[in-house]
Write a protein that binds this ligand. Sequence first.
Ligand code: SIN
Length: 326
Amino acid sequence: MKKLTLSAIALSITLASAAHAAPEVIKFSHVVAENTPKGQMALHFRDLVAERIGDKYEVEVYPNSQLFGDGKEMEALLLGDVQFIAPSLSKFSKYTKKLQVFDLPFLFEDMEAVDRFQQSDAGQSLLQSVKGKGMIGLGYLHNGLKQLSASEPLRVPSDASGKKFRIMSSDVLAAQFDAVDAVPLKKPFSEVFTLLQTRAIDGQENTWSNIYSKKFFEVQPYITASNHGVLDYMVTTSAEFWTQLPDADREVLKKALDESVAYGNQIAQQKADDDRQKIIDSGRSQILTLTDKERGEWVEAMQPVWQQFEDEIGADLIQAAVQANQ
Ligand code: SIN
């Protein structure tokens, strides 16, 4: 009788502590500000998880390279120090060459074309391109088209000649600036503002939301509305973390993530338009609109980069992306 009572007590203590077990922390690390499509998407995901499965999981979001910056976040994911990241597609070249297709200059006419390509069979298969490397791509998230900012007006390619531009860690982006005789420098996102402010570099390429939220426009008097490339993301988790989750939990988390990505994609264009307008209203930076002839010169100078990377990326993949423009 005494033995039975003790076992009952032990059981009820176990049940009580299980009921009050702290939720498992899932870390989502990224490098941009909270008032961006990625920042908002991550917060949306945190809230949906809290609402739907908050007794078991708690998402902690670390923006602004607070936890891990460029170069470190993928390693951290593979080491299990963080469970979700959403790096720019330009930052995966150490793990796959295929995603370089997104960096080819003047490939996509607009974000609708980018979206069509991402949703196509070819685009969806690219989400698997890092699978053998311990990562799983769970979806594409938009930021938008890139613009060129600089300390001097850039209207034609020769204006960029000899100037130093910060780029993300992509050989295609390096070749793109080489093609106009500029000097590309691979630097982490967290260093860009200081590099621009101190005039250590002359310019950079980025989206309206990054240029606005990171205040690049305050230290770059000219922005050429070039729309010359895309800056989107792959929301990524580690295979080790994702596969050990109970099936039912993984399903809830995936649904919450899909909805959050859809939310981020839905607000991205409006965010770009609003941030562009805020930059204009600030009067700190002049936005230059290219004539068709000027734009044509940039296209002509940069397009040979496609040929340069065709073997690494694959002609079929490039063709599939071109077709998304129709
Ligand atoms: C990001 O949007 O995640 C950063 C982009 C950059 O490194 O320029």
